[in-house]
Design a protein around this ligand. Sequence first.
Ligand code: V47
Length: 374
Amino acid sequence: MLDRHYYSGLGLGDAYAKVMGGQRLSAADGDALFACPDITAVAALAHHVRNRMHGDKTYYVRNRHINYSNVCVNTCRFCAFRRDEGDRGAFTLSEEDIVARALDDNGHPFAEIHVVGGCHPTLPLSWFEGIFQRLKDLRPKAVLKAFTVAEISHFARMERTNTARVLERLKKAGVAMLTGGGAEIFNPEVRQRICPGKISGSDYLRIAGEAHALGLASNCSMLFGHVESHADRVRHLCALREQQDKSGGFVCFIPLAFQPRNNDLARELHDERGAVDAGLDRLRTIAVARLLLDNIPHIKAYWVMLGVKTAQAALSFGADDLDGTIMEEHIGHMAGADAEQALDRDTLERMIGACGFAPVNRDALFAPVTEAER
Ligand code: V47
């Protein structure tokens, strides 16, 4: 399969030589990978890199998502989750609701507690600090992963302070990591069309860099499969790679496949059923991400947005992580994701094993969880 002449004939001679030589691919190589008619050739390159980095290990995590509120001052056009205060379907969990969800673990503490919501107009940062300190006391071994950088920027505005100060306060309260959301697509023209009120791509990268400088890890992401071009995806990935060269704290990249229901962007595109070639385009995007993001260790096959079958296939297209048990998820499901709400650990292990990989139980920072802690 990995034959040099075959790749040259496909216009991928340069990409092939760089992958084999362990060199960095250019944006032009990324464009060529998207243009290549043979998706299996692209997959084989990504799989080669994935094997070089991780062997047959495939990670999963016993985690709990907690969406604390869907009340949000932003009006991102792809979002089916957000509501205005007082709207039908608007919700905000109480402190006790949040703590109860984190503790609802049948005596096996979650390795990761993942907390995100909307940019809420009134909930102060101090409220979250109190909750995080409580969660850390109650579950000292769990890695607390909270907020996107868009929420960090929102807190800074609300509290009339700067983003570095918000990050410092969260770190002190026990947060170890930021989630990867909010990146969407960095191209300003596309961003203006899909999420006009959101922080810019350069602010996303700047705040992630500040977090990394403070010793906080973060994930990063890309929302794809709407109005952006393949070239936009390639430039987005290259911008993440450039930031990672500078600050080094991105742990995992999450390609977020656009869910086309109950949101304004889908209505504009008249595409509520999803494109017919979406499955292959998603897999190719994951492969290109693995190949371009040579400095980001992990690529997530997020089964909530991909569906479990495509997520399994993604493990042979460069992804090495299946994410986790989740337990409860609203952002994708309200936008049409038809995957389950939760998967148990045995199912995740079986899904990974059935694809020929070796499951590794991890925490949010990808440290393996020992047998005793499972
Ligand atoms: O920021 C919103 C995306 C993100 C839609 O860090 C949509 O490990 C698809 O960030 N179709 C939130 N995507 C989810 C997220 C995340 C998920 C899992 C793991 C991690 C991690 C982070 O979801 C948002 C936005 O980019 N999103 N609406 C939609 N219609």
